[in-house]
Design a protein. Structure first.
Length: 189
């Protein structure tokens, strides 16, 4: 990247683990040597409410908020939120990484809106000449680990230069324990 920092915007719905995803990324970035600034929205974290996190990595970061159309990387844990985040926050030429879960918002459940399709998300990314990376793991038994599936892709694909699976494993070890930690570490590697 030509800039000194990386802007990451994360979105999902309450109950999906956006808070853990954001904290793990922030800690892993710190372990990787980045300066980190970030903020979360926890007020809407009731199951089904929209939850977002902003994370800015690198020197010279003055504010934790990612500006509209300023995200180098958008990470989403739900298809509707992936589309909304691309439309509002992804910069042209950026990258969307999303877990293809679909928690229908109320207007869809009431028949007032159509559900978002994979093609809708792909079209939105194409309109920005952005990379669209869809993750789905049908063998994943615990949906609480979808965030770790995304962390694995971040490290595997080098979406945050300099951040490794080792940095992410150390971050998860700070945040989890016991069997839950081991299962997440197994998924990460």
């Amino acid at each position: 990247m030509s800039r000194q920092f990386i802007n990451i915007y994360m979105a999902g719905v309450g109950g999906q683990g956006i808070g853990l995803l954001a904290e793990a990324l922030a800690r892993a970035a710190d372990y990787a040597g980045f300066q980190v600034a970030g903020c979360d929205t926890h007020g809407l974290a009731q199951r089904g409410g929209v939850v977002t996190s902003h994370l800015r990595l690198g020197s010279g970061v003055r504010s934790p908020l990612v500006e509209a159309r300023g995200a180098d990387l958008v990470i989403a844990l739900e298809r509707h939120e992936a589309l909304r985040a691309v439309q509002d926050f992804l910069k042209p030429g950026g990258t969307l990484l999303y877990y293809d879960a679909c928690w229908q918002p109320l207007p869809v459940r009431l028949g007032q809106a159509d559900p978002v399709s994979v093609e809708d998300v792909e079209r939105a990314c194409a309109s920005l000449e952005a990379r669209c990376l869809r993750v789905i793991n049908p063998a994943l038994e615990d949906p609480r680990m979808q965030n770790t599936a995304l962390l694995r892709e971040i490290a595997t694909l080098g979406l945050v230069p300099g951040m490794t699976k080792g940095h992410l494993a150390a971050a998860l070890a700070d945040l989890l324990e016991g069997d839950l930690l081991q299962r997440n570490l197994d998924l990460l590697t």
